[in-house]
Design a protein around this ligand. Structure first.
Ligand SMILES: O=C(O)CCC(=O)C(=O)O
Length: 228
């Protein structure tokens, strides 16, 4: 995994504790916001800090489009084994590939991603990164390499819901959770991408606002821009 630099792996208390999630469900400010369906955090301040720099577009692709992308990437992934044993890897239980050429429908989905996610004129990393997480797999807290990736990361989630957690690099007690529903598109920009670690929680820790979010096998299709 060349694109990811693990910056820290912090031992944090189990954050599925309903008390810690109460903030999101009790806050009338958040309850009124459209993003409350997919954004919660340890405090109002931390949620405000990422607002505008994180976005989840639920149902960004249809079931048919999910199937098209799955059929494109599955044959290549199937040739590889899930990797579990590298203790120092940022990812546990994964296989991955990169894809430059897509079929007509795949290409048109990716065009839509590029239009909504990246600043106009942004130079994009050519190959699209495809990451297949086993049901037991998870991604540890990391910040993507600033050498290889620019200000924006955009990913489609196939096959499973999951929780992406962001933690400020300089304060590991605060956190923000994004509910990445199956077929959604998430976008991380600027400080949310540079100053927060991000991770995908393992199934046993996968809760949103106190509600269990079962994590199955999950494939993400991730686009990035280049550093300026
Ligand atoms: O699977 C995902 O959507 C997240 C991937 C990730 O953390 C990364 O590529 O930096």
């Amino acid at each position: 995994m060349t694109l990811i630099r693990v910056v820290k792996q912090v031992q944090r208390k189990s954050l599925q504790c309903p008390l810690l999630c109460r903030f999101s469900s009790d806050s009338s400010a958040l309850r009124k916001g459209p993003e409350c369906k997919w954004l919660c955090g340890s405090s109002q301040e931390i949620v405000s800090a990422v607002r505008g720099q994180v976005e989840v577009r639920q149902n960004f692709i249809s079931e048919e489009e999910e199937n098209v992308l799955f059929k494109e990437v599955e044959p290549g992934l199937r040739k590889k084994r899930y990797e579990f044993d590298h203790w120092d890897d940022a990812i546990h239980g994964y296989r991955e590939t990169e894809r430059l050429q897509w079929g007509v429908m795949g290409e048109s989905i990716l065009r839509r991603v590029r239009v909504v996610a990246f600043p106009e004129g942004s130079q994009l990393l050519g190959p699209v990164h495809v990451l297949d997480l086993d049901k037991e797999g998870y991604i540890k807290p990391h910040i993507d390499s600033v050498k290889f990736c620019g200000s924006t990361i955009a990913g489609l989630s196939l096959l499973s819901d999951s929780i992406m957690r962001l933690v400020p690099e300089n304060n590991s007690t605060d956190w923000v959770d994004l509910l990445l529903s199956r077929r959604s598109l998430y976008i991380l920009r600027d400080d949310a991408r540079f100053k927060f670690t991000h991770e995908i929680l393992k199934d046993e820790d996968s809760f949103f606002s106190g509600q269990k979010v079962p994590r199955h096998r999950r494939i993400s299709v991730i686009c990035r821009n280049l550093p300026v």
